[in-house]
Design a protein around this ligand. Structure first.
Ligand code: GLC
Length: 437
């Protein structure tokens, strides 16, 4: 049988079906354009960083274009940074002046985004930073931009972190009451203690109380694991797990978050952009292990997705148009089924179809262990062209006689054309016989 995580408080039923979402990291850091952590990396004080606040003017911002790009790529939900560690808020919050309406943008940027994505049929998620390098009561920790500034840290005794925590709770309430039903709440993150500074985690955030507030306002919302009280989903970051993520031996709902390049915020000069091929494989690999993929775009300071991101999203969309059947509603293959070398299986338990993704196209045939009695029909997914199932004898008898090779009774052989079909990753759809699993 297929693995099935235990139910949690939030509603993950749509999530484990939809599998593919867009992460959006957008804030003032789009202007320096050299990583969303720039303030901390370069130890900038608030006054220096404020230049980005004064110049934030995304005149080309068109959330409909963003939503269309995500929908065309086959994404079914999005998660946007309402506030990142810099503390800047995209919406018209009443709890701070450090918000989009007070920049040259002059307006709430979040509401039109939420509306545009909903119009395209995508679910809505909010990433919200627990760290805050702008709030006056946020004390220094090892990640803080001012960690090496003695004058700043000397003031910590006068900072009341509880005020910040209240602010965090107040803003959560705004986010869960002013934007309709929210599908995902993605808190980030808890800071470890260092020799110099205490850490911040479940006690400092008052995670338990915060979660009670969240559940009282939107009981169904999916909450992630970074409040130090794990809820509905685990979120490995820039890392592809080797198998279904398990905690204490139990499979859990999980979502890999990945960047196109090495930065979450727009980074002009970062060059490690992943190829289309790698990205599609990443999506397949994730679903083959029962997970979701949240793929990130960092829009520019003018409010656009840059060409490198758009080009890849388009490519993913072309693949998804003909292959989304192997992604939506799919999960890890049942128990004893092992994919051949350079392949990944995904499985749709409803339709009982198994999808064989070939990361590398072999010559002539592919051998599937344990499948001899299970497959009723096989076809390429991109064009529904038949893939013949050949009997072992045929496979091994040619003009030059019988080739002897160790054979298992359980082996199924599929005959492949020499040339792979066009798509990035070819997929073979296997229709299973009733009761195969
Ligand atoms: C991190 C980083 C960050 C990014 C995030 C996404 O913890 O601090 O910049 O937003 O994770 O997973």
């Amino acid at each position: 049988m297929t693995l099935q995580p235990r139910p949690t408080a939030g509603d993950t039923s749509w999530f484990t079906h939809d599998r593919f979402g867009l992460f959006v990291h957008w804030g003032l850091y789009a202007l320096p354009a050299r990583h969303e952590w720039v303030q901390s990396f370069e130890k900038m004080d608030a006054q220096t960083y404020n230049r980005y606040f004064r110049h934030f003017d995304p005149d080309l911002y068109d959330p409909h274009a963003w939503a269309a790009a995500a929908a065309d790529a086959g994404m079914k939900y999005f998660v946007v940074t309402t506030k990142h560690h810099e503390g800047f808020c995209l919406w018209d919050t009443k709890y701070t002046d450090f918000k989009a309406p007070n920049t040259p943008a002059g307006r709430d940027l979040l509401t039109p985004m939420v509306e545009a994505f909903r119009e395209q049929g995508l679910r809505v998620g909010f990433y919200h930073s627990l760290l805050d390098w702008h709030h006056p009561d946020y004390t220094t920790d090892e990640r803080h931009p001012m960690r090496d500034n003695a004058a700043f840290t000397a003031e910590d005794s006068r900072r009341d972190l509880q005020n910040y925590t209240q602010y965090l709770h107040n803003q959560t309430e705004e986010l869960l009451t002013q934007f309709g039903p929210i599908d995902i709440l993605w808190y980030d993150f808890s800071v470890a203690a260092s020799d110099r500074y205490p850490g911040k985690g479940r006690d400092e955030w008052q995670s338990k109380k915060l979660l009670e507030l969240v559940r009282s306002l939107q009981p169904q919302v999916i909450v992630n694991d970074r409040l130090q009280i794990p809820q509905d989903v685990r979120t490995p970051e820039q890392y592809q797990p080797r198998g279904w993520v398990k905690i204490n031996g139990e499979p859990v709902v999980w979502e890999a978050c990945q960047t196109f390049s090495g930065s979450w915020g727009y980074h002009r000069d970062e060059d490690s952009w992943k190829s289309l091929d790698m990205l599609v494989k990443m999506l397949i690999d994730t679903v083959s292990k029962g997970g979701n993929l949240l793929l990130n775009v960092g829009p520019t300071g003018r409010g656009e997705f840059d060409e490198r991101a758009l080009e890849r999203l388009k490519g993913i969309g072309v693949w998804m148009k003909r292959h989304s059947r192997s992604i939506y509603g799919c999960t890890q293959a049942p128990g004893d089924v092992r994919a051949p070398q350079d392949c990944r299986y995904t499985y749709n338990p409803q339709t009982q179809r198994l999808y064989l993704h070939l990361f590398s196209w072999p010559f002539g045939a592919i051998h599937l262990d344990g499948m001899a009695e299970r497959v009723e029909y096989a076809q390429l997914l991109n064009d529904a062209s038949e893939i013949p199932i050949v009997r072992q004898e045929v496979e091994y008898q040619g003009d030059h006689g019988f080739m002897s090779e160790a054979r298992s009774e359980d082996l199924l052989v599929l005959k492949l054309p020499t040339r792979p079909p066009d798509p990035t990753v070819p997929v073979i759809e296997l229709f299973l016989k009733e009761g195969s699993f």
